[in-house]
Design a protein around this ligand. Structure first.
Ligand code: SF4
Length: 295
């Protein structure tokens, strides 16, 4: 796949969320579009606001916010800024392949660290280990939670649903290496794909593997097929798992799987989580005073 990187100057870097259930009110994205190319990516539709399509152009037209660190420095220096928690990578993966060359995420991490600003960072890439020095500094001086997505231990399935992201083994290695040095790591096990990664063995395997690697929590989410995800995911199923297509069409009469199905999956995850010693899930809360975090 040939990828086009478009340098852009942003006017603001932080954007405000208005969702009460999230533990942060601010998001930040060094890149728009994502080369990891997950068909289920909920952010695909956002590329349409930029004049691109939400299919292949989301994967291969990547906007690079070259002035992000300068803009962030100004935003965090404003007297009215209250050091609220920010989610770095709220729309697109901050450690996607572009970061190898452009290093925008590293630059903004340095600014967050300088201001000791509470931070969530989410990724599916082991490139985050490059920035271990800054993450360690932040873990010591402010509130930081890294979220790694791990959807399955089956790397054959992983390579189809997250084709250009790090392998499952590499992601487990990230969880372990960050946890071993005291960075708080949670795992997002989402989306769980019906009939592919929703079996009891699959769920138990993921929960045990992330627990053994040192994750402080594991948060599940069943696949939904909102907006452009529907076509992307159903095309993937048709191409790679054609026998499952009728079952997907039957299950996803709307964008969401029915509650009796999702309830069954979440119960299975909860049993697995408890057996590995995870506490009842609560949304993590970051405050600048926290030095030890629990998720
Ligand atoms: S890594 Fe995240 S942002 Fe990138 S395509 Fe996958 S789901 Fe979307």
């Amino acid at each position: 796949m040939s990828v086009h990187y478009q340098p852009v100057e942003c006017k603001s870097f932080l954007h405000h969320f208005n969702k009460k259930f999230l533990p942060f009110k601010w998001g930040a994205n060094p890149y728009r579009g994502c080369e990891h190319s997950c068909p289920y990516c909920f952010a695909r539709y956002t590329h349409e606001y930029l004049g691109y399509d939400s299919g292949t152009e989301f994967d291969n037209k990547i906007l690079v916010k070259v002035n992000a660190a300068d803009v962030l420095e100004k935003e965090l220096s404003r007297p009215r800024w209250k050091r609220e928690a920010v989610n770095l990578g709220s729309v697109c993966d901050p450690y996607q392949p572009a970061e190898q060359n452009f290093k925008i995420t590293r630059q903004v991490l340095e600014v967050f660290a300088k201001h000791k600003n509470p931070l969530f960072v989410g990724t599916k890439s082991n490139l985050i280990l490059r920035d271990l020095d800054i993450l360690l500094d932040m873990a010591k001086h402010t509130a930081l939670i890294v979220y790694i997505t791990i959807t399955t231990l089956d790397d054959n399935i992983r390579s189809k649903i997250e084709p250009r992201a790090a392998s499952t083994e590499e992601r487990l290695d990230v969880v372990k290496r960050l946890s071993d040095v005291g960075v708080t790591v949670g795992v997002l096990s989402m989306p769980i794909f019906p009939y592919l990664t929703d079996g009891r063995d699959s769920i138990n395997g993921v929960v045990k593997a992330v627990s053994d690697a040192g994750a402080k929590d594991m948060v599940p989410g069943v696949l939904d097929l909102r907006a452009s995800c529907r076509n992307c995911v159903l095309s993937l199923i048709e191409e790679e798992f054609p026998d499952l297509l009728p079952k997907y069409l039957a299950l996803y009469k709307t964008a969401y799987a029915p509650k009796d199905y999702t309830g069954k999956i979440y119960r299975a995850v909860e049993i697995a989580r408890r057996s590995c010693g995870f506490k009842k899930f609560e949304m993590p809360v970051l405050t600048e005073k926290q030095t030890t975090l629990e998720v």
